[in-house]
Ligand binder design. Sequence first.
Ligand code: TYM
Length: 330
Amino acid sequence: KKVIFSGMQPSGVITLGNYLGALKNWTNLQDEYNCLYCIVDMHAITVRQDPATLRKNARNLLMQYIAAGLNPEKNVIYYQSHVSAHAELAWILNCYTYMGELSRMTQFKEKSSKHGENINAGLFTYPALMAADILLFQTDLVPVGADQKQHLELARDIATRFNGLYGDTFKVPEPYIGKVGARVMSLQEPTSKMSKSDEDANASIYLMDDPDAIMRKFKRAVTDSDACVRFDQETKPGISNLMSIYGAITGQTMEQIQSEFEGKGYGDFKMRVGEAVVEELRPLQARFKELSSDKTYIDSIIKKNAETANYLATKTLRKVQKKVGFPPVV
Ligand code: TYM
């Protein structure tokens, strides 16, 4: 079976963007592939986090993975910080990654302008840790949203470079980016992506938002003065974003959505999109609630999966350590 690896940062409460761009696709892959889904808490501390909040977000994220439909018996769901091989391989890969490559990363440029008071070395070498995450497991496919494509290309370059120097060591991973939902935009500023860290709570739908909040946010979503449901990202970014969200959930094409709402006003359209999201999230939220009261079960998943991930990661790490010339433990 082919290997799938992906992860999310527990740096906040996850959004509809994270769900449609990544998590929803993950649940469709679990039968066909060997999948690992990580909670990347080591990446999260590249931006200041309150320790108690980080712990809580990480646990909630793990439960949301399961609530969304990832079976923890079939998928290796674990915390990055529980598997020290991530840090060890990241250090090695840092030594095969150029400053120039890292400086070109748009996420670094964006984050360093936003967190100007804390442009730390971890924020800069973030993509090398991400490459380590992926390469540790000889990953074939990495299901992510469109914003992670550049990081993935760098991971491929690092793998190819290392293989070129030392012979076949890493599988060179392919990105897996869905056709719909790969780039969900802010409801308030539809030219920028929906983000966990947006300060405007009306801009993002959070996975745990109650139905009223979801409906209210869709009602307030920014549109245009054209009053016609038509897909055109250039001139109608707000409507196009709502159409993409609706399509990602219902499976309809943009043409089908256009004809469904022909002659109808934006009010009706927004209501329908809101309802579709509420219905999509309802079972997930119910399952999350159940899981929240089962501490022992969640703890056992965390422990068991960390052991599996550790075992798998160590195999690649030992191979790499040997290739670069570290002496074996005697
Ligand atoms: P993160 O935590 O920012 O996002 C998690 C996943 O959600 C996707 N995503 C979106 N998709 C569509 N529309 C949006 N508005 C949107 N916002 C986020 C992201 O593309 C991602 O798939 N660096 C990664 C975490 C990571 C990782 C990895 C991913 C660390 N190591 C190894 C894959 C493999 C990140 O910050 O994701």
